[in-house]
Design a protein around this ligand. Structure first.
Ligand code: 9L3
Ligand code: MG
Length: 151
């Protein structure tokens, strides 16, 4: 809504494809409510189904990553959320895709697995190992937990 994003603005200001590396940025939320972190179990595609992730998805061309995060949480979970800090780091996904994570606060709604997930769990800080995270998400969750829970 505030004009055109700059090319090459660097991390945190990607416009779909990251102009530094050419990789598509996938944003995911460390969504917090009442001191717990939301984990979502993927229902698709087949090779990822049954594994748990931080919810999110691909940034669209021209879209700001924080806006993509809000859109994905609305589409996938039916909630309104407010992005907070970027969790430092970037984690490789399949070739050509990288994962970046933001903290987010639940503003309204009760998350439901509306799209791409078949189960949700709110994890207390001591429960973060209770689900089978995607390999790709494991280091991102660990870093988010360090930042957000001091774990
Ligand atoms: N992915 C991995 N970890 C995550 C998310 C949100 C996504 N926390 C991977 C799964 C897909 C790709 O990124 O291969 C695109 O995600 P989506 O648009 O299918 O959610
Ligand atoms: Mg998704």
């Amino acid at each position: 809504p505030h004009g055109t994003a700059h090319h090459g603005a660097g991390p945190g200001h990607g416009t779909g494809p990251d102009h530094g590396t050419g990789a598509v940025v996938v944003v995911a939320a460390a969504l917090l409510d009442r001191g717990r972190l939301l984990a979502a179990r993927r229902s698709a595609p087949a090779d990822l189904a049954g594994r748990w992730e931080l919810p999110g998805g691909k940034v669209e061309p021209g879209e700001r990553p924080e806006d993509a995060l809000v859109r994905e949480l609305r589409e996938e979970l039916g909630v309104e959320a407010e992005p907070g800090e970027r969790i430092p780091g970037e984690w490789p996904l399949k070739p050509g895709y990288v994962l970046r994570v933001w903290s987010a606060r639940l503003l309204s709604g009760d998350p439901l697995p509306l799209e791409d997930h078949d189960e949700l769990r709110w994890l207390a800080p001591g429960e973060l190992d209770a689900v089978d995270w995607l390999d790709q998400d494991r280091p991102a969750v660990a870093e988010a937990a360090r930042r957000l829970f001091g774990a």
